[in-house]
Write a protein that binds this ligand. Structure first.
Ligand code: NBX
Length: 831
């Protein structure tokens, strides 16, 4: 072989192999060893959590060799690496997933049984790293699983928040937020790399000077500095030796920096400096919308991006590869605009620090970056006020101005005499206060821009990035999201996994197209019987969990109608509530009404400062309390809000669903990924033509999908011609009665104030057209009711949903990224 690794000694086994045994007996011994040597507890007094730690360490040992070997293989072979830059990775619990991917679940179960423990109890001890808000962070995690499984060289780069997404408790029906101290009992999955760190600068000013050869150059003289230290987590692929890395950066004070304070005896100031430095990675911003104007948020973004880019440059150096080859070695993907400061930072590193000329540096930058957009909502587009940007990153602002100057020249050449276009496309927005438009920076700095579902990509090209699409149509493509079937089926739905393994063989887990073969079984009585029994078991499991968490008892035989996702007006949890209250009223008015019994199940967190979302949670809980306590209706309907929706309890929720609620206003949900997790587990969808619902319906067939509501085009046209929600109230007696009931305090002990803002907003403003879709939604739910009563046909449709869900595997999505954007090929890692 030739290339960077050629002069290196081939990797040889230097560690003892006693930590490699995969049989139950070897695992039993390994757990006992770790209890003794790492946890420091006698088996007789060890708690379940102690056993969890011991087992986790034993499993990590078994990945370690693959992990080191994987990194070395990429290095030796000079392979191009995908660097997935994301401010969030919502990984979920590691232990169960690693057992699945290593194929040693049963052995681990047996090993623990020998020690007197049940694996499920031990799995429940893991506190998941909640380093993300929702879909965007979870997508990053699914993509890491697929990259490893597909044997693609890849690294996830992000932030090691000390506090992840808050834990949600429900008190008196309201959300309260509890700090997520996920590291309190340590984290057996990460390995700190204290010697892998980079310096991060802030503030100060710039100086322009002439270098030795007479070139104009710029020096950044910052006035603050912190250190970013690497913490690595292994990402084991399913059924392969590939074990990739998630590298998260943690901020630390620079020891030497404040020696001055220390020397003059200001111990307090020195310690304070340390505290201030470490705030950078303290806490995840719990908003699924930008914290525009929050300096610390911009600091977080720059912090992790510069550490990651410096790490890439360092790797090139280790490989003795010239910096000119950067774009041949790294494909850098921007997960939304949060890491988009990377465009300016790579330019700074190349031009200021490596003395590249501008054009060469720009060519490398554009060839390296790709940008994935996850939202069209104007209020969710990230912008930073100029003064703040200038204070924190003065050199980057200059670089952005220069990028902008050259870019706008190009626009003027292509579109002469079109200053309106120039203003629209500028990297600096001038509506009101001047702001840096991060989506424009990401777009201009990338050779590939993509949306996350077919409809979303179309709308992206027609709306917020229209001008850019006109300029560079060839840079745009669609990459419909996907989810990993390892976590969201094999791990979380063991009953269904067994049936699929038995029916299709185990290859379906990596070739989900094979699920199509279930089509042939969908009409068979015996198969339907097995299918139904598995679903019922999953519903029993969820019902016990809900009872334990909320005290609410739900009959597993009922239709489980579930909406779990962040609480947001555009996702329209309140439309779901309007349906529930409609049914409640009908039952109260007509006790003889035939209505198949249904459990309405919700879960999701609201951003702590999102007034309406918090009131929607209160409304769900208030309606739940009234209905669940009313014997006139509670034999036919119940409502439950599952507190603290997270990856861990998602494992119980998706497999138990009969009906998946995907009811966002058309055009607003970029893709959705929960919709795919439900489908994979055999839930039928009731949904609008939004995001990936469109493609789900295409795959499963219109007959097996409950469609309702305005299309994206209709939504726009209704808005254009002047939407008057009140007309819908006036034209629909039932809707009016429902809104009055809520507004009058029927669900709030007569308190007519608490839900007034919600009802007023719907009747006067209704920005997401809840009332416009109400009647269609109610009618569609009636179709659900009749379909549910035909058990064999419902079961058939449920089977078809799983059968046709193959497209929504993250393996398919990642293959597309690798082929169309990253130019990355799989590489086999030898045992
Ligand atoms: O990304 C979500 C979209 O809303 C979904 O439609 C999509 O399926 C998913 C994956 O592509 N966006 C999302 O989750 N955004 C955030 O969580 C977010 C977090 C911080 C922030 C802005 C958005 N500043």
């Amino acid at each position: 072989t030739s290339g960077i690794g050629a002069d290196k000694v081939a990797l040889s086994v230097t560690a003892s192999d006693v930590r490699l045994g995969m049989q139950a007996s070897a695992l039993t011994q390994a757990v006992l060893d770790h209890l003794h040597y790492s946890v420091g507890r006698l088996p007789s007094v060890a708690s379940p959590h102690d056993y969890y730690r011991a087992l986790a360490l034993a499993i990590r040992d078994r990945m370690e060799y693959r992990w080191i070997n994987t990194t070395q293989t990429y290095f030796d072979l000079n392979r191009k690496v995908a660097c997935y830059l994301s401010a969030e990775f919502l990984m979920g619990p590691h232990l169960g997933n690693n057992l699945v991917n290593l194929h040693i679940e049963q052995e681990a179960r047996n090993a623990l049984a020998t020690l007197g423990h049940d694996l499920d109890d031990i799995l429940a001890c893991e506190k998941e790293p909640g380093l993300g808000n929702g879909g965007l962070g979870r997508l990053a995690a699914c993509y890491l699983d697929s990259l490893a499984t597909l044997q693609c060289p890849a690294v996830g780069y992000g932030i090691r928040y000390e506090f992840g997404i808050f834990e949600q408790e429900i008190r008196d029906g309201w959300q309260t937020e509890i700090t997520d101290k996920w590291l309190r009992r340590g984290n057996p999955w990460e390995i700190a790399k204290p010697d892998t760190f980079y310096y991060v600068n802030w503030g100060g000013h710039t100086e322009h000077y002439q270098d030795e050869v007479g070139c104009q150059r710029v020096r950044w003289i910052p006035d603050r500095m912190v250190k970013g230290v690497a913490y690595d987590t292994p990402i084991q692929g399913y059924g392969v030796n590939t074990c990739n890395t998630l590298r998260l950066w943690s901020a630390e004070a620079v020891e030497s920096f404040d020696f001055q304070a220390f020397n003059v005896g200001d111990y307090y100031q020195a310690v304070n400096e340390k505290l201030v430095s470490e705030t950078v990675t303290k806490v995840l911003y719990p908003n699924d919308e930008p914290a525009s104007g929050k300096r610390l948020r911009l600091a977080q973004q720059y912090f992790f991006v510069t550490c990651s880019l410096q790490d890439m440059l360092h790797l090139l150096e280790l490989a003795h590869a010239p910096v000119e080859t950067f774009a041949e070695r790294f494909a850098v993907q921007l997960n939304d605009t949060h890491p988009s400061i990377g465009v300016a930072e790579l330019m700074r590193l190349l031009v200021d620090e490596r003395r590249f000329d501008w054009d060469a540096a720009w060519a490398i930058t554009v060839a390296s970056f790709g940008y994935t957009n996850h939202t069209l909502l104007p209020e969710a587009l990230e912008t930073w006020p100029l003064p703040m940007f200038a204070e924190l990153l003065p050199r980057h602002l200059e670089i952005i101005y220069e990028i902008n100057r050259r870019f706008l020249d190009e626009v003027r050449t292509r579109f002469p005499d079109d200053e309106a276009r120039v203003a629209r496309m500028s990297l600096i927005g001038e509506e009101g206060d001047k702001r840096v438009r991060m989506a424009h920076l990401a777009t201009v700095g990338s050779h590939a821009i993509n949306g996350v579902a077919a409809l979303h990509t179309e709308l992206l090209q027609a709306s917020i990035l229209k001008d850019f699409h006109e300029l560079w149509p060839e840079r745009f493509s669609n990459k419909t999201n996907g989810v990993t079937p390892r976590r969201f089926l094999a791990l979380s739905n063991p009953g269904l996994r067994e049936l699929l393994d038995h029916t299709l063989g185990q290859q379906w887990l990596t070739e989900p197209g094979l699920l199509r073969k279930l089509d042939a079984h969908a009409d068979k009585d015996a198969f339907q019987h097995d299918w139904y029994a598995i679903k019922l078991g999953n519903k029993q499991r969820l019902s016990s969990y809900i009872h334990a968490q909320t005290g609410i008892e739900i009959d597993p035989g009922w239709l489980f109608d579930i909406q779990v996702k962040r609480i947001h007006e555009y996702k329209r949890q309140h439309l779901n509530i309007l349906h529930i209250v409609t049914m409640y009223r009908r039952l109260k008015e007509n006790p003889a009404l035939v209505l198949p019994p249904r459990a309405f199940i919700f879960g999701g967190k609201a951003a702590p400062g999102y007034f309406m979302a918090k009131r929607i949670i209160k409304l769900i809980n208030a309606v739940a309390e009234t209905i669940n306590a009313d014997p006139d209706v509670n034999t036919r309907m119940k409502v439950a809000f599952i507190p603290n929706f997270n990856v861990q309890n998602a494992h119980l929720i998706y497999p138990a669903a009969d009906l998946s609620e995907q009811i966002s206003t058309a055009g607003k949900e970029a893709s959705g990924t929960g919709n795919m997790k439900f489908m994979l587990n055999g839930a039928l969808t009731i949904g609008t033509l939004d995001g990936a619902n469109v493609e789900i319906r295409e795959e499963v067939g219109a007959d097996n999908f409950f469609l309702f509501g305005l299309s994206a085009a209709e939504v726009e046209s209704v808005k254009r011609t002047g939407y008057r929600p009140h007309d819908y109230v006036a034209g629909n007696d039932e809707l009016r009665a429902v809104l009055e009931l809520i507004g009058a305090g029927h669900f709030s002990q007569g308190d007519a104030e608490v839900f007034r803002p919600l009802v007023d907003n719907l009747t006067h403003d209704d920005p997401f057209l809840v009332l416009a879709d109400y009647a269609a939604y109610i009618a569609c739910q009636e179709q659900v009711n009749s379909a549910w009563q035909d058990v064999p046909n419902w079961t058939r449709m449920s089977i078809l949903n799983t059968a046709r869900s193959g497209k929504f595997s993250s393996d398919r999505a990642i293959t597309e990224y690798c082929e169309d954007i990253w130019n990355i090929r799989p590489v086999t890692v030898k045992a």
